[in-house]
Design a protein around this ligand. Structure first.
Ligand SMILES: *[C@@H]1O[C@H](CO)[C@@H](O)[C@H](O)[C@H]1NC(C)=O
Ligand SMILES: *[C@@H]1O[C@H](CO)[C@@H](O)[C@H](O)[C@H]1NC(C)=O
Ligand SMILES: *[C@@H]1O[C@H](CO)[C@@H](O)[C@H](O)[C@H]1NC(C)=O
Ligand SMILES: *[C@@H]1O[C@H](CO)[C@@H](O)[C@H](O)[C@H]1NC(C)=O
Length: 433
């Protein structure tokens, strides 16, 4: 009862007219509209963002509108990719782009292309015994770009070059004819996108780099080799006017031995919310003990809850360390309705009767400052406790009272509107562990 009440408040306070435009999709930005699935052909629709609408109305993101200065890339989940058997990270930037034809029939509609790509994946996994579809990306003649292994994982397309290249499969048999203009444009924009230096974080200036002419970057910092396929006078320009103060050290996923996520969804930048949680259960005051807990949370979230990965964006121990969960760039699973617009930070332990120690609290504050300086969190962000947004006692009374004193904390105006719709099915798994 309390839960549905809070969701009504959320809708009335944060979503104007129940449009899903206030949700930023990692790939498509704020272009969603609540419309019938049947009116959303060739587009991406997401459930649960138009909650008070009839079942067949979902949030439809327009895939022709690019975001992040990159063309739209159709995520693996949208062509129902089989999960990879294993993945190896690709060290970027890579010096080569390798282009292929798939030697299969061309495809015109999204539906046809999905069939083709699924067939190619099956062939690569079953016949060739590869761990996934071989290409990093596939492109159709209708100009659609499909994610294969993506930017971050080594493909299987050319022995000796896989770990040094991005492999792009052009869907069709091009022995006797060229790819058409739509496919050529998509290919060019995909390469440009991969070649933008925005994807490289500079330790001092964050991810603010742009590939521009040297002459357009006065008083700024140039870095060579990040815009490699561009003319020589184009370099990656980082603006020192947006310096990143020292960010606290974050114990990376590889350092704590995280499992690979089952899948990921890219997160927008400049997020409007930070949501504070506690994990409940015991605390940890040494890195080795916190790492044991991290693995436990991840196993529980993935195996018992069936999530793609550990739920939180970051966790903080009473050893003062910050542990990377989904990190800054992937959508988490910690606060129903807010995951794609917030960073979820959870302190390891139960903070009903006492707040976390100073080391943990200082690290939470430093982490938020770091996220702001790197552009992941909006400067005007709103801080909330999990209980402000869902029916839970999280992050514990003592910790909740503490965060209510922090500058960016804002509580919700409560409403008595009666619930119009059912409790979302994933409510139960959104409880604290
Ligand atoms: C998507 O956006 C493009 C460009 O603004 C527009 O022409 C097209 O009609 C939109 N499609 C849908 C389904 O809204
Ligand atoms: C397929 O690959 C897996 C892992 O690389 C290997 O263990 C297995 O023996 C291979 N199977 C065949 C039939 O080659
Ligand atoms: C590709 O096209 C060439 C030329 O038309 C043809 O000879 C070849 O058989 C085609 N390949 C496949 C796999 O269809
Ligand atoms: C490329 O081919 C596709 C599929 O036949 C077609 O829909 C599209 O309009 C073509 N584009 C150009 C620019 O020829």
């Amino acid at each position: 009862m309390l839960l549905t009440l809070i969701i009504v408040i959320f809708i009335s306070s944060s979503i104007t007219a129940d449009s899903c435009e206030s949700f930023v999709h990692g790939d498509y930005g704020r272009t969603g509209q609540c419309i019938k699935i049947s009116a959303c052909l060739n587009n991406v629709y997401l459930p649960k963002l138009c909650e008070s609408k009839p079942m067949d109305v979902m949030c439809c993101f327009n895939t022709t509108i690019s975001y992040k200065g990159c063309p739209t890339i159709i995520h693996r989940a949208r062509w129902n990719a089989i999960n990879p058997k294993e993945q190896t990270s690709l060290a970027t930037p890579v010096p080569f782009v390798a282009i292929y034809d798939t030697v299969s029939p061309s495809c015109r509609t999204h539906h046809e292309c999905v069939k083709q790509i699924q067939g190619i994946q099956k062939y690569h996994m079953k016949e060739k015994n590869w761990s996934d579809i071989g290409y990093n990306f596939l492109i159709s003649e209708s100009g659609l770009i499909y994610e294969g292994r993506g930017w971050n994982y080594i493909g299987a397309h050319r022995q000796g070059y896989n770990s040094r290249s991005i492999g792009i499969g052009m869907i069709g048999n091009y022995s006797l004819r060229k790819i058409n203009k739509s496919a050529a444009n998509a290919l060019e924009s995909l390469i440009q996108c991969g070649d933008s230096c925005e994807s490289y974080a500079h330790p001092t200036y964050g991810k603010t780099g742009r590939c521009i002419k040297t002459s357009d970057c006065p008083n700024s910092l140039y870095i060579s080799n990040l815009c490699e396929s561009q003319p020589v006078d184009i370099k990656c320009c980082f603006s020192p006017s947006a310096p990143t103060p020292n960010c606290p050290n974050i114990v990376s996923r590889s350092e704590w031995g995280a499992r690979a996520p089952k899948s990921t969804t890219g997160m927008a930048k400049s997020l409007p919310y930070v949501v504070i949680h506690h994990t409940t259960g015991g605390t940890c005051t040494a890195k080795s003990a916190c790492i044991v807990k991290m693995k436990g949370f991840q196993n529980y979230h993935m195996d018992s809850n069936g999530w793609d990965d550990i739920g939180y964006s970051f966790l903080v121990g009473e050893d003062g360390n910050i542990y990377e969960g989904r990190g800054w760039t992937y959508v988490g699973a910690h606060t129903y309705g807010y995951n794609s617009q917030s960073i979820g930070i959870s302190v390891i332990g139960d903070y009903m009767s006492q707040k976390p120690n100073a080391a943990a609290i200082n690290s939470v504050k430093a982490l938020i400052e770091c996220g702001i300086s790197r552009g992941y969190i909006s400067r005007a962000y709103t801080l909330r406790g999990h209980r402000d947004l869902d029916s839970t006692s999280c992050p514990g009374n003592a910790f909740y009272n503490e965060i209510k004193t922090w500058t960016n904390y804002r509580s919700l105006v409560r409403s008595n509107a009666s619930p119009q719709f059912n409790v979302p099915e994933d409510y139960l798994v959104m409880q604290d562990m």
